[in-house]
Design a protein around this ligand. Structure first.
Ligand code: ATP
Ligand code: MG
Length: 561
């Protein structure tokens, strides 16, 4: 391709909202253009990269025996009501009406559609197993679209769905997809780790996420040699603070205006571990309040709480201060003794804390020496947010944390959708049986940017050879006379040899041209200067940012090898 014929939209400056390198470079390189917040257009060079990523995914999916289809983004409300998700999905679901007031959504995912389609292609045990996929546009009205393609409102996903006769079949399909994902991310040159994951709004029994490692990733990975999980999911050993301490009698202490754990621990001169803090939530599915108790040095993992309560992410939020009265308490001083009309949920570490400091449900007072079981009870479950320094549940060894970007996730759905939506197959005995499903997503456009996040330097993007929009660019110092003619010849030769090559025939300074291709990340630059008449060119390797003078023949042979 000749550069004069291309759209090269490089920019000197990135917009202010771009704060991470990959987002800045994505925009500065002109590979994509922003339409409005969270909505982007792929320009010619960006689209070439996107297609290469898609093709890697497609090749590996096809190789595994999966079948590609393409579905509409528009989905009727009825199928979402069948699955029960029309209500549960919350404000992220982009809902709309047609001219006859019929309601639709723009699909954030396609479980409902694929389950419906499978009613035709998965009728009998003879039709199973099947794995069907698409590479298609998804819509999510994200609360905070940010980081460019990492969290956008329209994005491209590869989603696939497996259909099996039984759990054993699902296990097999899931393991196949786990391996396929590993191969895909290997071929995309990502530094990644698979981790245990929560199943979120999709539902189902078990799940893994594939995390591209990145210091600016939105996810936190809790890991050591025995264990790796997304922070939302991570389980850790419940730690003992002082379980062998003698129980003492309860005392009321005056704590005027002391509301935070920090202040309370200073004011009473006690460890935060001894303080049991209360978090009051409102469950919007029935407008009830729930009070959670957790050690003062811990944070609550809201995902664990929503899973425990069996409600959606958006069905639960902090209660308002004026609602505390209804359960017999007061903001800032909530404690477990004397609460009424409320579910009390206690983190697994709390029963092990002896002589706890808790709120008194009365302004400006706390209680000392309160003990679980003796003085109050609740439902005990793991509510803690795992952090580095906690211990893994396999070998009880210390855990570390690091950040990542979720580029893919796989789920064992089981019969959640097939039961809700009546997807049955006829088994060999002639009996209707629910199909056992799995689902598997890759954020294709997010992966695009995750690659840039891992492959860039101070000059711009450094695409791996096989993902770059073009492999090589020929840059004549001046595109005229002999330099021009030699450049054209070299261009023809490489093109004929099947090399993806650009000839920069633009009437621009060498500096401008070179800068553009550095930014866009073309792996090899051939600089045609005065030496070309003597048969020599400069061969620059973008990755090492180094160049050497080689003969034209040598350059050709390096690029065609
Ligand atoms: P997240 O937790 O980041 O919001 P998710 O777990 O809700 O993502 P899934 O439903 O698992 O996402 O979707 C499959 C894949 O689609 C994700 O692994 C991710 O790579 C990608 N993805 C999800 N949401 C977005 C988004 N808003 N923009 C770009 N890619 C996304
Ligand atoms: Mg996910």
């Amino acid at each position: 391709m000749k550069a004069s014929n291309m759209i090269i939209g490089t920019l000197k400056e990135a917009p202010q909202e771009a704060v991470i390198d990959s987002h800045i470079l994505l925009i500065r390189s002109g590979l994509v253009k922003k339409e409005v917040a969270g909505i982007y257009n792929f320009m010619p060079l960006g689209l070439k990269v996107l297609r290469k990523i898609e093709n890697v995914i497609r090749e590996e999916m096809d190789e595994s025996g999966a079948l590609e289809i393409l579905c509409s983004a528009l989905q009727p409300k009825e199928i979402w009501e069948e699955s029960g998700r029309w209500q549960k999905y919350g404000p992220e679901l982009m809902r709309l009406k047609d001219r006859n007031e019929r309601e639709f959504c723009l699909g954030p995912t396609h479980e409902e559609v694929f389950t419906t389609l499978a009613k035709d292609f998965a009728r009998s045990y003879k039709d199973l197993p099947k794995n069907v996929y698409q590479i298609q546009t998804k819509y999510r009205d994200e609360m905070r679209p940010r980081f460019g393609l990492i969290r956008s409102r329209e994005f491209i996903m590869k989603d696939s769905y497996s259909f099996d006769k039984d759990e054993e079949g699902l296990d097999k399909s899931y393991n196949v997809m786990y391996d396929v994902y590993s191969r895909i991310f290997d071929r995309l040159h990502l530094d990644y780790v698979p981790v245990l994951a929560d199943t979120g709004a999709i539902g189902g029994s078990s799940s893994h996420q594939f995390m591209a490692l990145s210091d600016v990733g939105e996810s936190t990975i809790i890991y050591n040699d025995n264990y790796a999980a997304d922070q939302e999911k991570a389980e850790t050993v419940a730690e003992d603070y002082n379980s062998s301490e003698e129980m003492k009698a309860i005392e009321e202490v005056s704590t005027p205006n002391v509301k935070t754990i920090e202040d309370l621990s200073t004011y009473l001169n006690v460890d935060k571990q001894r303080i049991v803090k209360a978090l009051v939530y409102k469950n919007f599915t029935d407008n009830s309040l729930v009070v959670c108790f957790i050690r003062g040095d811990r944070e609550l993992n809201k995902i664990k709480l929503t899973n425990y309560l069996g409600v959606g992410e958006y069905d639960l939020d902090f209660a308002k201060e004026n609602e505390f009265e209804s359960v017999g308490s007061v903001f800032g001083f909530v404690g477990p003794i004397g609460l009424k009309n409320v579910r009390i949920i206690v983190d697994t570490e709390v029963p092990m804390v002896k002589n706890q400091i808790v709120g008194s449900n009365k302004a400006d007072y706390h209680l000392k020496n309160v003990n679980y079981e003796r003085d109050y009870k609740g439902e005990v479950t793991d509510l803690r947010l795992a952090v580095s320094g906690n211990f893994d549940i396999i070998k009880k060894e210390p855990l570390k944390s690091r950040r990542g970007t979720e580029v893919g996730q796989i789920f064992k759905l089981g019969t959640k959708y097939s039961k809700a939506m009546n997807l049955n197959y006829v088994n060999p005995e002639g009996k209707d049986t629910p199909v056992v499903m799995g689902c598997y997503g890759i954020g294709v456009s997010r992966t695009f940017q995750a690659i840039i996040e891992q492959y860039h330097d101070e000059h711009g993007i450094v695409f791996p050879d096989d993902l770059a929009p073009y492999k090589v660019v020929i840059i004549p110092i001046k595109f005229k006379d002999e330099m021009g003619a030699i450049s054209e010849q070299l261009y023809d030769t490489l093109k004929k040899a099947g090399v993806e090559v650009i000839l920069d025939d633009r009437n621009q300074s060498f500096g401008v041209k070179s800068h553009d291709w550095d930014l866009i990340g073309i792996p090899y630059h051939i600089i045609v200067g005065r030496d070309a008449a003597q048969g020599n060119v400069e061969f620059k390797i973008r990755k090492s940012y180094s160049s050497e003078v080689v003969s034209i023949d040598e350059a050709i042979s390096r690029l065609t090898k």
